[in-house]
Design a protein around this ligand. Structure first.
Ligand code: CA
Ligand code: CA
Length: 377
């Protein structure tokens, strides 16, 4: 009897060890080490698409010149008060000379100002996020329900923290009594350089309690552990945050060398993990294109009823992208058409065409076509 119990215990222990070992190796095997050594980022165009204001040169996205942007589009105002014909032109200039950023869609106004700040924090790098939109008079807080790593990274970048938000530390507030009856929902794609490029909406339903907070990443507050994943931009995140479809690094380097993806994120054949909501959203996100394959029957989610406060610049980005020429892979199956051409010769003069055609008629009668060509040469 005792022997049976012992054997049962041993068997259970061994199977548990096997399961935990399998889980551990699965975590380790998710990221491809050789690929990581190549230090791919959101600017590596053999992994991801470049922005419409960039072009792909030898595997790297480089800035286009403003005139290389499509001509039509919505006009835009920059933070230096300069009007641009298109959003693409503004972004290409920002790409070439960082500093000037997007302010608003349409023309510049004298009173148009945007600001983002962190409130109630013990340091400059943390706090509750407060913004003042260009066409709004008062400052407002952002709702926690809309706040993700994408928005947090953009807000920190906008505030001058180049590595975006800290994924491991959270803001500790102590008994805050904020009298906010309404807050703003914000949606970013994650690669914007300013929160002004994100879409702000005010929900018609009220009753928000929680406000969005953030801790921006600073190297000095950082202490990497055995469990850390180092991003190409130098930031440390948890290994569990690599290959989960979320751009935790801010430069996307945690999502570009994946053998598989965690959770519900979608795995592109190129080894990139993209958020599951990018599957069948009408825009090709995997450079290999399979996120938009077999989309029949995928129901599109109807947008919620909202009051939009800023222009949807992500829709503008998609529109510019759709205007750009696309490159198709492989060799086109084109029929070879043989063209006859006359080499050398003189320009025909008026009235002499008849004589020339008469000569040709005569030649055809006597010689074969090949011989005719030799004479023409
Ligand atoms: Ca991630
Ligand atoms: Ca897609």
């Amino acid at each position: 009897m005792l022997l049976h119990v012992f054997l049962l215990f041993l068997c259970f222990h061994l199977s548990f060890c096997q399961v935990s070992l399998r889980l551990h190796t699965a975590q380790e095997e998710l990221v491809e080490k050789k690929c990581l050594a190549k230090k791919y980022t959101h600017l590596s165009c053999n992994k991801v698409f470049c922005q419409p204001w960039q072009k792909c040169i030898e595997g790297t996205c480089i800035c286009k010149l403003p005139y290389q942007c499509p001509k039509n589009g919505t006009s835009a105002c920059a933070t230096n008060g300069r009007n641009f014909l298109t959003y693409c032109q503004l972004k290409s200039l920002e790409c070439l000379r960082p500093g000037t950023k997007f302010l608003n869609n349409g023309t510049c106004t004298a009173e148009g100002k945007f600001s983002v700040s962190l409130k109630y924090g013990s340091t400059d790098s943390e706090g509750i996020v407060e913004v003042k939109l260009v066409d709004q008079d008062k400052t407002m807080f952002i709702c926690k329900s809309s706040w993700t790593m994408r928005e947090a990274n953009v807000a920190c970048l906008d505030l001058g923290f180049q590595q975006g938000a800290d994924t491991q530390r959270s803001f500790q507030s102590s008994n805050l009594s904020i009298n906010a009856t309404e807050c703003l929902h914000v949606h970013c794609r994650g690669l914007e350089t300013s929160l002004t490029e994100c879409t702000f909406t005010k929900r018609r339903t009220v009753g928000y309690q929680d406000l969005a907070d953030v801790v921006c990443y600073t190297q000095k507050a950082d202490s990497p552990t055995d469990d850390s994943f180092q991003c190409v931009n130098g930031k440390y995140i948890s290994q569990a945050e690599a290959c989960n479809g979320i751009n935790d690094c801010g430069d996307q380097s945690d999502e570009l060398c994946c053998k598989a993806c965690r959770g519900k994120s979608f795995h592109c054949k190129s080894g990139v993990c993209i958020p599951s909501q990018y599957r069948c959203n009408g825009e090709v996100d995997c450079i290999t294109g399979e996120d938009e394959v077999g989309c029949e029957g995928f129901a599109s989610v109807a947008p919620e009823e909202t009051e939009i406060l800023t222009a949807d610049m992500d829709a503008e980005r998609r529109r510019i992208k759709s205007l750009l020429p696309t490159i198709s892979c492989g060799i086109k199956n084109r029929m070879h058409i043989r063209r006859k051409r006359v080499v050398g010769g003189k320009p025909a003069q008026l009235g002499k065409m008849k004589q020339i055609s008469d000569i040709f008629k005569g030649l055809h009668k006597v010689y074969t076509l090949e011989f005719c060509c030799i004479i023409l040469k």
